[in-house]
Design a protein around this ligand. Sequence first.
Ligand code: G3P
Ligand code: CA
Length: 262
Amino acid sequence: MTADRKPIRVIAHRGASEDAPEHSLAAYRKAIEDGADGLECDVRLTADGHLVCVHDRRVNRTSNGRGAVSAMELAQLAELDFGSWKAPADRAETPDSADPERTTVLTLERLLRLVADAGRPVDLAIETKHPTRWAGQVEERLVRLLDHHPLPGEVRIMSFSARSLRRVHLAAPGVPTVFLMQFLLPRHRSGRLPPGNGIAGPGIRILRRDPEYVARAHRAGHEVHVWTVDDEPDVELCAQLGVDAVITNRPRTVRDQLARLG
Ligand code: G3P
Ligand code: CA
């Protein structure tokens, strides 16, 4: 890190999800304890209009249930176990499998309250997942919920869907947005982003192939938030390139490495 560069922010991907079940309250508490600068979560809308933190379209991988989140009501999701599939990071330690903070579906509203009570400003990077049968209702609910829960840290909305981010710009022009990219399309190679987006969100593979992308995005006036940065060589690459934030499943380990790299 050079003298004029801000420290790289460490954002916990689905919470400290190496240590606790992804998107569980326990994973987010751990990330805050581990000193993460921010938390990342994915949101989906239930059939009865609640935003819940679930990555996949279906609940099959991360719970003991089956079916699409968008077709289930919150009460149905609340009956499922979203934690027992995850083995503890330290196998000597037996987690209390009945611990609701590891196993209960997490609503975005509950996560907002956790962040509000963190005792320090913690950023929140909320990703809208598309396609979904609820399309624009996701952004409508999200913006309304954020209006009711002002937080001391920065709240950003992220998406691979430019259309989702356009809806956010219309509904809440002041909310910063991150345009996520799995591949670098020719029209984005120059570092430019779809209008209205201030932050580029490339996957780490983009930077491994094209490290100069960071400088181009910076020249175009955009911050660069990279996902998912878990391994030492990738953290080192991000530090060398001067990215603005790394999104990682292992916030403590990555913070420690960045501190060593100075
Ligand atoms: O932080 C962005 C990253 O989470 C996007 O990929 O599949 O983990 O949601 P995914
Ligand atoms: Ca995500």
